[in-house]
Design a protein around this ligand. Structure first.
Ligand SMILES: Cc1cc2nc3c(=O)[nH]c(=O)nc-3n(C[C@H](O)[C@H](O)[C@H](O)COP(=O)(O)OP(=O)(O)OC[C@H]3O[C@@H](n4cnc5c(N)ncnc54)[C@H](O)[C@@H]3O)c2cc1C
Length: 430
């Protein structure tokens, strides 16, 4: 590789300028160490900014133990919980307040910046990091490395460069929404060096259903509000009320995202997942039957509209699963309470809100250093954990970024050649 090599082994390298990487950089620079953030894209935090389109659900104000129960991970050492416990919702709100960003708690306990925007928070955060001496190198893509020497190869606008670091934090994100930067290309850079990485899979994702052409044409893009989704697999049950969105290819929306881990497992193990929807969760089966029996000469769609306040999308769904003419009144009532739908697959990972899989927590020590690669730490969505939407994703990314940053400080303090603060020195491409 023809490249400019610079030895900067007294600087910590953070790869990835998302929330996890920026948080690691913050912890390290606040301890007085010199930090370089290498970000592949022309700017940092692109996924964070996209999260801002939904108001930026930063965290969730439920009790800490409830919050911790939302995460799924193969984590016998409780590494994730130990990272989140000291940086839970209250700590995140305080951190945002220190940046001058007040937060509000919504009716569902979700926490948002009071202006519901991500850009002001991200701008203030980056300004503070730069003021602390962090050097952010955008358009610096990590392409290869020699982890035993903590030597990184990076593609930059002026060609490839090699940088050495005193420690490395990897925070390159998951594998969804590739256009925002986290493309999962890092997996082979780790597996090639013996790191145990679980295959990246879509999480908080849509699912495919083989709708009839008529239903697809008529109802794709229609919301389906306040239904109860039930699903059971492998002795685990999911039951929750919420909103869905009918799409061309199946279902999207927060309700199905919340069930995505179990649904994905079922599809992986059995090829499909059969969910049921209760379209009338505020009425008992008896009440529904009673209302349907007073039919008179009305059509079924008029009956559903007048007696049960259901819309054409509900009638369309019933048509998808019932025989022509909607079957008997009993059948119709049963189906309204338990409409079966067969999910045939997940939507592609690129469309998912987040990613399951990644660097296994069992491959890391409690400070998020990769056991096989001394001096290399991991944070954020590239670690193998998953959680529903609701602020849990950013919470874990920020908390593991902080934990990895602290791990770097601890590790460097234990090595003989702890670097001095040279954050004010000129960096070769700073
Ligand atoms: C539409 C959408 C809405 C969301 N809304 C919310 C929400 O409201 N609340 C919530 O909690 N979560 C939300 N999330 C999820 C949340 O944004 C992510 O979990 C979080 O951004 C992950 O942080 P991260 O730092 O681990 O990775 P990322 O934010 O993905 O950052 C990783 C960074 O690493 C860079 N990178 C990757 N590879 C390289 C490389 N080889 N070299 C250099 N740099 C590299 C990328 O360009 C990127 O900037 C949302 C996600 C999406 C897609």
């Amino acid at each position: 590789m023809s490249s400019a090599t610079s030895s900067s082994s007294n600087r910590v390298a953070v790869i990835g300028g998302g929330p996890a990487g920026l948080m690691a950089a913050e912890v390290i620079c606040r301890a007085g160490l010199a930090v370089d953030v290498y970000e592949a894209k022309p700017s940092c935090g692109r996924k964070f900014l996209v999260a801002g389109r939904g108001g930026l659900n930063l965290t969730h104000a439920e009790s800490r133990e409830q919050l911790l129960s939302r995460y799924q991970a193969d984590d016998p050492g409780n590494i994730l919980a130990n990272a989140i416990r000291p940086f839970d919702a209250a700590a995140i709100r305080m951190w945002a307040a220190e940046l001058g960003v007040e937060t509000i708690v919504g009716s569902s306990q979700r926490v948002f910046p009071s202006d519901l925007k991500a850009l002001p928070l991200l701008s203030r955060w980056q300004r503070r990091l730069i003021a602390h001496g962090v050097q952010i190198h955008t358009q610096h893509r990590w392409t290869n490395w020699q982890p035993d020497r903590l030597q990184l190869e990076l593609d930059t606008p002026s060609g490839p460069v090699v940088r050495e670091a005193s420690a490395v934090v990897l925070a390159t994100g998951g594998g969804s929404w590739k256009k925002l930067g986290s493309d999962g290309a890092w997996t082979s850079l780790l597996t090639d060096h013996g790191v145990d990485v679980a295959a990246l899979q879509p999480s908080n994702c849509g699912f495919e259903i083989d709708w009839s052409p008529h239903f697809r044409q008529r109802h794709a893009g229609t919301p389906l509000k306040s239904v109860v989704l039930r699903f059971e697999h492998s002795e685990r049950q999911f039951q929750r009320r919420g909103d869905l969105m009918i799409t061309d290819s199946g279902l999207e929306g927060s309700l199905i995202y919340a069930a995505s881990a179990l649904l994905r497992q079922a599809i992986h193990e059995t090829g499909t997942a059969r969910i049921t929807l209760d379209l009338t969760p505020d009425r008992t089966a008896e009440q529904v039957l009673q209302r349907l029996q007073k039919r008179g000469s009305q059509s079924v769609s008029t009956l559903l509209k007048k007696r049960l306040r259901l819309r054409s999308v509900h009638t369309g769904l019933l048509r998808e699963v019932l025989p022509a003419g909607f079957g008997t009144t009993d059948q119709l009532a049963d189906t309204l309470k338990s409409l079966p739908l067969t999910l045939t697959g997940t939507r592609p990972i690129d469309e998912a809100i987040s990613t399951a899989g990644g660097v296994r927590l069992t491959a890391c020590n409690e400070h998020l250093m990769i056991n096989a690669l001394p001096g290399v730490f991991c944070a954020g969505e590239m670690l193998d954990w998953e959680a529903p939407t609701g602020g849990y994703l950013l919470t874990a990314c920020l908390a593991t970024g902080r934990r990895a940053g602290q791990g770097v400080l601890r590790w460097l303090s234990q090595t003989a050649d702890r670097p001095r603060d040279e954050s004010t020195e000129n960096h070769p491409d700073g």
